[in-house]
Design a protein around this ligand. Sequence first.
Ligand SMILES: [Zn+2]
Length: 291
Amino acid sequence: MNPGSARIRTIVKAMATGEPAQARAGSVRALALALVAGLPLFVSAWVGRRSPGPAFHHYADARGFFGLPHALDVLSNLAFVAAAAAGAVWVWRARDPLLRGLGALLAIAVAIIGVGSALYHRAPDDATLVLDWIPIAVAMTWLLALLLADRVDRRLGIAAAVLLPLGAAATVLTWYAGGGTSGGDMRWYGLVQIEGLLLVPAILLAYPRGALRSGDLWAAVGCFLLMRLLHAHDGAILAATGVSGHSLKHVVAAVATYLALRSLRGAQTGIRIPVSASIDRPAEDGRPVSP
Ligand SMILES: [Zn+2]
């Protein structure tokens, strides 16, 4: 074949399929995502050290029950174990091995949140708070990895699942090594939470197509916002309802984790996507997206 005509054919094909436009749109989305991820990092570095002090361990509901101190703040963590067990059903049914593997990691982390948080609330201090925070931070990164693998790039999702938990755990350990509530810098752990809160919606908006059900993930984001509200009004909610805002926060957070795991119900088609694939992923109803 004449090389000139082959080149013209390639250009015409690219114009017909819209590949250059797709590539441009992909770059814009990736840049937007990088900005969303980078901005809180910049702000955290700029605001300086955050250390709330030992009052951080005070919770409104100190009532004991059969010798168990802070009973409702402890027992409400059973919701995480229940969420992990119920969510594991959706993980088990997922046909895509990568999403199933990342979902399994997330479910395990959610169960461990329940254990770590119960241990913390039974005897709140800096050492037990490490047991509470590390599983939370790690679960957040595995949720991001799951979403990245589904919506952005499968290899990026794998890299995130390996590297981000190390960074997330390091934010907690450096806080503890720096003095914990007596001078440790809490902003980097806070950054993990902020990144999760911003990046999950940002990925859902920038990459709307994927196997995971967006509706479940949006509902999980809504729960996350409600959690912040419940935590901020711990005592007022206890006075009004008899159950503290923090205990309710545990339950709502557990619901959020269940919803995140339930989003895997969209991955129960027979379609298997190679690890290297980053485009042409199936739509939420399981049908492949035409180019
Ligand atoms: Zn708690």
